[in-house]
Design a binder for this molecule. Structure first.
Ligand code: GRG
Length: 290
């Protein structure tokens, strides 16, 4: 698993470096690269490739789509660390982008990474029909906006120090984290021009993967260490964050996560051995320590 993840991370970074190097230079390139290349597991690209494997899709196109996803992900992390959001000074074991370059630069580098995702998906080297490009851009925009990452982040901040129901926590986590995973799961079906019903099915699988990912992230915060996680831990309790652990307790949260894995795997049975990579990724997501 780690070997496959490393290869995907290497290929994604290579594409992104070439893409950025082809552009005219600007002062924002250095903080953008800092946010984009300062580590990162590239787990979203791995999910995209795993689902792409179910449909025998071209690896190079998937790496390009994955690179767009990683730009949005890097943007969300830069903004998440800002003082007006989660106010974190360490990310991936290094100083957060705003600590290194200042707040206004971090905001602008983040915005530039968001728009770079659209540049990647609309660029001529991505050799897919125009209609498919538009559908991909439409879906990734929806996943990032008020019904997706930004909306989820809003809920996350507004729930601090409040008693929040399980369904509200799940809604927040699916938006904040799940929507981008849903895009990873749906993009291969858009590339294959699959019908709406099939797309919906994979959108739901993505929501469950996102939920699993977020639960695992909360578990790391609960029991992890800064040295291994590369970011401060034990923050959620201090900040009064609404998480499933705060509501269900540690053991029940692990049970909940295992049930999610079972649910996702059951939906993949029809793909036989082709779904092995994805099942492996799900185990990795739950058992990771960073
Ligand atoms: C609209 C894109 C956008 C952002 C603005 C700040 C914000 C709104 C949203 C924050 C969303 C967020 C940071 C969700 C948490 C998701 C999460 C657990 C991220 C950690 O992902 P990893 O572990 O990170 O994959 P690495 O470092 O491996 O890349």
């Amino acid at each position: 698993m780690q070997k496959k993840l490393n290869k995907i991370a290497k290929d994604t970074n290579l594409f992104l470096k070439k893409f950025i190097n082809k552009q005219k230079k600007s002062e924002l390139i250095i903080p953008m690269k800092y946010g984009l290349f300062s580590g990162g597991k590239k787990i979203r690209s791995k999910i995209l490739i795993d689902i792409g494997t179910l449909f025998d899709l071209n690896y190079k196109s998937l790496i390009m789509v994955g690179s767009a996803i990683e730009c949005i992900h890097a943007y969300s992390l830069i903004h998440d660390d800002l003082p007006c959001m989660d106010n974190d000074s360490i990310r991936r074991g290094k100083a957060s982008t705003h600590i290194k370059f200042g707040e206004s630069t971090a905001v602008l580098a983040g915005n530039s990474l968001l728009t770079m995702a659209f540049e990647i998906l609309s660029n001529k080297d991505l050799k897919i029909p125009e209609k498919t490009k538009i559908d991909l851009i439409n879906k990734i925009s929806e996943s990032s906006g008020h019904l997706g990452i930004a909306g989820g982040q809003y809920l996350d901040l507004s729930f601090e120090h409040k008693k929040v129901s399980k369904s509200k926590i799940i809604e927040m986590e699916i938006k904040k984290t799940g929507k981008l995973f849903s895009f990873c799961c749906v993009a291969p079906l858009i590339l294959k021009r699959k019908n709406k019903k099939e797309i919906k099915k994979f959108e739901n699988i993505g929501s469950d993967i996102g939920l699993l990912f977020q639960v695992a992230d909360d578990l790391i915060d609960h029991r992890g260490s800064l040295f291994i996680a590369g970011k401060k831990t034990a923050k959620d309790k201090k900040r009064g964050k609404a998480t499933l652990i705060s509501l269900l307790g540690y053991k029940n949260t692990i049970k909940y996560a295992n049930k999610l894995i079972l649910k996702i795997n059951n939906k993949l049975i029809k793909y036989g051995s082709k779904s092995k990579n994805l099942s492996e990724t799900l185990e990795y997501i739950l058992n990771r320590n960073k």
